[in-house]
Each structure stands twice: as structure tokens, then as C-alpha cells.
Design a protein around this ligand. Structure first.
Ligand SMILES: C[S@@+](CC[C@H](N)C(=O)[O-])C[C@H]1O[C@@H](n2cnc3c(N)ncnc32)[C@H](O)[C@@H]1O
Length: 253
């Protein structure tokens, strides 16, 4: 089967594989300017806690030792900024994202936070990274991988660009399995979030996609198997906030 025959999910819709990225790009072009505000509103600020847990797990060196982070689907730079503030003088982050509008918001934020020397921004596709083999100490991807049409390709690229001993960390929405919380979460996701999206960004559809895409993403154990299949060792994960989010880890050893 060639790529033109294959289909994939765009939220709850089946779409040709080759079309998903364009649809995803439209979503993030539409919401870029209000993306950070919407994150705070949708999660009541919880996304900050989840991101801090990711950075604490990454634990970048506080010394002068060089440490290169690649933050893929890094959008407006949240993960890289948090890591840069925690790390020592040898730290540098590269935010790579397919969407120029998200990156532009990130560049402006870097300037405001005086982090422009610590964080750089590069347009690129997670499925085909324009970086040499074994060039990074760590690879992070936060709330990004479920938007990538071919997740296996992104994982293979993550493995390729990491140095031996390098760490892969993925923060992503997951599956709520706490009785009671699951119903509440569904109600909130399908009713409140698209309406909030309409009020804040004028775009309910993009937020409907974001909610639906969460439901299509593999469960934590299945995703861990995909990470192992890409070659990573010591793959593990922890769920946060009753399973709303999962943090997966793997090492290139
Ligand atoms: C929900 S945002 C996450 C941004 C940021 N990591 C954060 O946690 O706030 C998802 C990002 O994935 C990016 N993205 C989608 N498909 C991509 C791809 N194939 N390669 C790189 N980035 C992609 C989008 O442009 C968007 O900026």
C-alpha cells in the first residue's frame, strides 16, 4: 500500500495519511496567538505542574558541562524555557516545530524572558529531523506526538539524533481510568473545552480536534511498546492526575 491509500485519525475522522499534517497545521496556525492562555484556562494551570515534573525528571545539569536538548513539537517554547531556567551555563535547547506561527510566539517569549541565547528555534518535521545522528543529550516532546501522523517515524528520528546515553521523554495526554473522574473528564472535554476555545480563540473546531485526538492516542503500555520497538532501553512511564497525562521515558544505550 503506498501512502496515498493509507488513512489515519484526525480526531474522530478518518483522513488520508498525507492530509493529516495539513489539518494539524491549520489547527495550530489558528490558535498560536492564544495557545498559552488556552493551556492555562483548559487545565486550570495544571499543565505547568505536568511540565515541571517533566523537567525535574530530565534534571539537566546545573554545571558548565555542555548539555544539548532537542524539544520537538516545542511550539511556543514552554518546555525549553523551563529547562533553561533550571539548568547550568552549559545548557542549550533547540525548539523544533513544524509550525512557524507557534515558533514566532516562542521567539517573542524568549526575548521577553532574556533566554534568546539559551534557546533557539528551528522549523522542522518530527518525522524527518534535519539534525545529524547522535547530536543531542536529551529529546523532549510535550503534547506533540499525538499530532504527528506517523508516530513510528518520529520515534525512530528521536533515537537517531540522541547520543548514546541520551534520554527520551514524552509528556502526552493519556487515558483516565479512575471511576467517576472519567465521566467528569469526558463531560468537561467534549462540552467545556470546545466552547472555551470558541470564546478565547474564536475556533471551537480546533479544540474539538485536540480533545478527540487525545481519545485516539494509544494507552500508556501500548505507547511504551512503540518506544521500545524504536530501539529505546529501560522504557518506563508514570501517569499523572489520575491518568489525564502520562510521562514516558526511554534511553538510547
Ligand atoms: C499542543 S502543541 C505543544 C507545544 C508545546 N510542546 C507545549 O507543550 O506547550 C503541539 C505542537 O506540535 C506541533 N507539531 C505537529 N505536528 C508536528 C510535526 N510533524 N513535527 C513537529 N511539530 C509538530 C504543532 O505545530 C504544535 O506546535
Amino acid at each position: 500500500m503506498d501512502q496515498t491509500d493509507q488513512t489515519t485519525h484526525f480526531g474522530f475522522r478518518d483522513v488520508p495519511l498525507g492530509e493529516k499534517q495539513t489539518l494539524v497545521n491549520d489547527v495550530f496556525h489558528s490558535v498560536a496567538q492564544r495557545y498559552d492562555l488556552m493551556n492555562d484556562l483548559m487545565s486550570a494551570g495544571l499543565h505547568r505542574v505536568w511540565k515541571d515534573i517533566m523537567i525535574n525528571t530530565l534534571n539537566p545539569p546545573k554545571s558548565d558541562a555542555p548539555f544539548a536538548l532537542l524539544d520537538v513539537a516545542g511550539g511556543t517554547g514552554d518546555i525549553s524555557f523551563r529547562a533553561a531556567r533550571k539548568a547550568g551555563a552549559g545548557f542549550h535547547a533547540t525548539v523544533c516545530d513544524i509550525n512557524g506561527d507557534m515558533l514566532e510566539v516562542g521567539r517573542q517569549r524568549a526575548l521577553k524572558q532574556y533566554l534568546e541565547d539559551k534557546v533557539s528555534f528551528v522549523e522542522g518535521n518530527a518525522e524527518k529531523l534535519a539534525f545529524p545522528d547522535r547530536s543531542f543529550d536529551a529529546y523532549t516532546i510535550a503534547f506533540g506526538i499525538r499530532n504527528v501522523p506517523q508516530i513510528e517515524l518520529a520515534l525512530a528520528e528521536a533515537y537517531r539524533v540522541l547520543k548514546h546515553g541520551g534520554r527520551f521523554l514524552c509528556l502526552e495526554f493519556s487515558t483516565v481510568e479512575v471511576p467517576g473522574l472519567d465521566k467528569l473528564y469526558d463531560l468537561f472535554s467534549f462540552n467545556v473545552i470546545p466552547q472555551l476555545g470558541r470564546a478565547v480563540t474564536g475556533d471551537a473546531e480546533s479544540y474539538r480536534y485536540l480533545v478527540e485526538s487525545i481519545r485516539q492516542f494509544p494507552r500508556p503500555n501500548a505507547f511504551a511498546e512503540m518506544i521500545s520497538a524504536a530501539g529505546f532501553s529501560r522504557v518506563s512511564w508514570q501517569t499523572l492526575s489520575g491518568g489525564i497525562v502520562a510521562l514516558h521515558s526511554g534511553w538510547r544505550l
